[in-house]
Design a protein around this ligand. Structure first.
Ligand SMILES: [Ca+2]
Ligand SMILES: [Ca+2]
Length: 244
């Protein structure tokens, strides 16, 4: 199954009653922190000073009940809750908590609610499935069980690198992963599962090879540094999904 980054801490608020309506599960995700700066533009939409007894849940609830709130800073020292109409994504690891006593939470987006990995810089939502061996077609069907899901379309250098680095960070032993793309309709003419042409590819040297005349599906291969290999579509291997 999928993995979740250890650096993210999550607050679950299940079935919180909001007036007459009962919200579906809404999740807030703690971000790793910013590199020593506070966002000053735009300004917070609401600042609330809580007591130590109120705790972070009061801030979380206040954000949940404000439809304009998409993220908040919680100050663990003076119990100030600052709500923002946007969210600030940042990969830097220096912790605001260490520097200012603050924690930053964002309202999970559709990708994160599905348990996928959101890469804000690339607007890319993906998940790596390990110990989940399926054929190419079965993998695509498994991906599509999540709304908007399909086999991952690796159509930029940044996506190729990001997925590769994420796989390497799992420290597992993997053979390969199915991704979107096949030449089933016409040998040598590679298309995505919806029939559109593959514009960008990351084949390893001497690939696609169409070995034994039966290799028609695209995969990322560990022994190729996760450059691509065409292989037999019925092979049961791991796979990578995305949500679009
Ligand atoms: Ca082929
Ligand atoms: Ca091959």
């Amino acid at each position: 199954m999928g993995f979740e980054a250890d650096s993210l801490q999550r607050i679950f608020l299940a079935s919180i009653i909001l007036g007459e309506a009962i919200s579906s599960q809404i999740e807030y995700i703690r971000m790793p922190g910013f590199e020593g700066y506070r966002p000053t533009d735009p300004n917070p939409i609401v600042i609330v000073h809580y007591t130590p007894e109120d705790g972070i849940l009061s801030c979380c609830l206040a954000c949940l009940q404000n439809e304009n709130c998409h993220s908040y800073f919680w100050n663990t020292r003076d119990f100030t809750c600052e709500m923002y109409a946007t969210r600030f994504d940042n990969n830097h690891t220096m912790s605001l908590e260490q520097k200012y006593g603050e924690q930053y939470y964002v309202k999970a987006n559709r990708c994160e609610m599905a348990g996928f990995i959101w890469v804000n810089d690339l607007l890319f939502c993906f998940q790596i499935y390990t110990n989940s061996y399926r054929s190419h077609n079965e993998s695509n069907l498994a991906c599509s069980k999540t709304e908007g899901g399909r086999l991952a379309r690796i159509d930029t250098n940044d996506k190729q690198n990001h997925v590769k680095i994420t796989i390497l960070s799992l420290n597992g032993v993997f053979g390969g992963f199915w991704i979107d793309g096949n030449d089933l309709a016409q040998e040598g003419v590679w298309k995505y599962s919806d029939g559109s042409p593959m514009t960008t590819t990351f084949w390893n040297t001497a690939q696609p090879s169409n070995k034994f005349g039966i290799e028609n599906c695209a995969s990322m291969r560990s022994s190729y540094g996760y450059l691509w290999n065409d292989r037999y579509c019925e092979d049961d291997i791991n796979y990578i999904c995305e949500i679009v």
